[in-house]
Write a protein that binds this ligand. Structure first.
Ligand SMILES: [Zn+2]
Ligand SMILES: [Zn+2]
Length: 473
């Protein structure tokens, strides 16, 4: 047996003593004395929290990007081109192409000609941080089928989705396996024992399932398709994932009801017609599948809710989920709550883009006060799942919890216990898994260097699994 003594935080309150026997938690209480014949681990200033879940991870892409060139520090197109001209990028070449990601320019994406010059005509594939635009060099364009070629090399909208799919589809199996291991190890070190893993390709789920036993984490797999039969053949009860109803704020493609503040004729893009969506929803509903789809702007969220309401005929849609729902007003929240639809949200987006002087304010003006309204959502009775949308932001559920309690828009901050539930209890409930860190549940936990406060986020320093403690630092 192993006894852990010290501050143990859960969504249900604080405890002082945890006792593990084999792979189960047998005691969680406030007594300080451990029983005899028990190994003891004293937390000291450290704090124990439940094993966490990241409910929105582009799984293989995250692994691929962890192995590619991170452009997150570069602020302009010019800086990018100068950087590419200077560095040696051999280790970031994946299946013959240089992959760069996380690029967040305040001006524009680079053209093919600019990339050719900077990299000496190498095949180059650069993705914008929000995943909704990309740039290709001429050598990369020449790898594409004729109908996807474009002279400028800059892609947005549905064509860019096809470009991304093309490059991802051409990855070989050993590259995929390497990516799966990389992202899994990365997740565990961040305290995520569970991942809701999104897959755009059937073969990727097969590769991941094949090596599942060797991974240090558990995944709940999502196949991002509209093909009901293939989802059923995988034994899944849900369909979709980050399946796009609209685009993103960064690329002016999120579908909104009032125009963009910095582009007054633009309402963004709705990728689906009502008719097509109704068809998909009703076929999935009749097949007993719940649906997850990406909807960022209020017009896209409204479309999801309206069509879901129409096809469900008053039935509750408990495990149905909207991914992101970044701009959503109280009327839409009431509608979602009435149907018991779950929202899968990314608190780190608010840290990165929220407040009066960042991207949301630039694109939406005063509406920055209405983005990611977690307080209103919980008050409306909606179950929230916390995620990162990795590779968009890193897998970092502890950072996600911190982002929930400390917001620029403090009206929408939530309590620490609620924030822990977003990344622990709620996803477990969604998966029909036992509540983590309670008597009878699996012996798993995360060790932090300190408790949560409003100054800085705690760091994951170790994990507990069965009677074993692994310290990373
Ligand atoms: Zn998405
Ligand atoms: Zn996503």
């Amino acid at each position: 047996m192993l006894a852990i003594i010290g501050k143990i935080r859960t969504s249900r309150g604080i405890f002082n003593r945890l006792i593990i026997k084999n792979d189960k938690i047998i005691i969680l209480d406030n007594t300080v004395n451990p029983p005899e014949d028990c190994k003891i681990f004293d937390l000291g200033n450290r704090v124990l929290i439940p094993p966490l879940t990241d409910s929105h991870v582009h799984f293989i892409q995250s692994g691929i990007y962890l192995n590619s060139l991170d452009l997150g520090e570069l602020k302009t197109c010019k800086e990018l081109l100068a950087f590419l001209g200077e560095i040696s990028f051999d280790e970031f070449i994946i299946d013959e192409t240089l992959w760069g990601y996380n690029f967040d320019p305040i001006d524009n994406m680079p053209s093919a000609k600019e990339l050719d010059k900077a990299t000496n005509n190498l095949p180059v594939f650069i993705r914008r941080i929000d995943g909704h635009s990309c740039s290709l060099s001429s050598a990369a364009i020449s790898m594409l089928p004729e109908e996807l070629r474009n002279e400028t090399g800059i892609y947005i909208g549905s064509l860019q989705e096809k470009i991304v799919k093309f490059f991802l589809r051409s990855l070989n199996e050993s590259t995929l396996i390497k990516a799966v291991h990389k992202v899994s190890e990365n997740a565990l070190k961040a305290g995520a024992f569970y991942i809701h893993a999104l897959f755009p390709l059937y073969e990727w789920i097969e590769v991941t399932t094949k090596i599942q036993d060797k991974l240090p984490i558990e995944t709940t797999n999502f196949f991002e398709t509209t093909d009901i039969e293939s989802v059923k053949s995988l034994g899944l009860k849900h369909i979709g994932g980050c399946l796009l109803l609209d685009g993103s704020f960064g690329s002016h493609t999120a579908s909104i009801r009032e125009p963009y503040t910095d582009d007054p004729d633009n309402l963004g893009i709705l990728y689906w017609s009502d008719k097509k969506l109704e068809n998909f929803f009703s076929n999935s509903f009749n097949a007993g599948l719940s649906i997850a789809m990406h909807a960022i702007g209020d017009r896209a969220v409204e479309q999801y809710l309206r069509i879901a309401g129409k096809i469900s005929n008053g039935k509750k849609l408990k495990s149905w989920r909207i991914e992101h729902a970044e701009l959503i007003d109280k009327n839409l929240l009431r509608l979602a709550a009435k149907m018991e639809i779950t929202l899968s949200v990314q608190p780190a987006f608010e840290t990165r883009w929220g407040g009066p002087d960042k991207l949301y304010a630039m694109r939406l003006g005063n509406r920055w006060r209405k983005t990611n309204p977690f307080r209103d959502e919980i008050d409306a009775g909606i179950s929230l799942l916390g995620g990162s949308d990795s590779y968009i932001t890193p897998i970092d559920p502890v950072g996600g919890i911190f982002a929930c309690i400390k917001r620029v828009n403090s009206d929408q901050s939530i309590k620490l216990e609620e924030a822990i539930a977003l990344f622990a209890d709620n996803p477990a409930k969604w998966e029909n898994r036992e509540t983590p860190l309670m008597v009878g549940s699996k012996a798993q936990a995360v060790i932090l260097d300190k408790d949560f406060d409003f100054e800085s986020k705690p760091k994951v320093v170790g994990i507990v699994r069965n009677e074993e403690i692994t310290l990373f630092w």
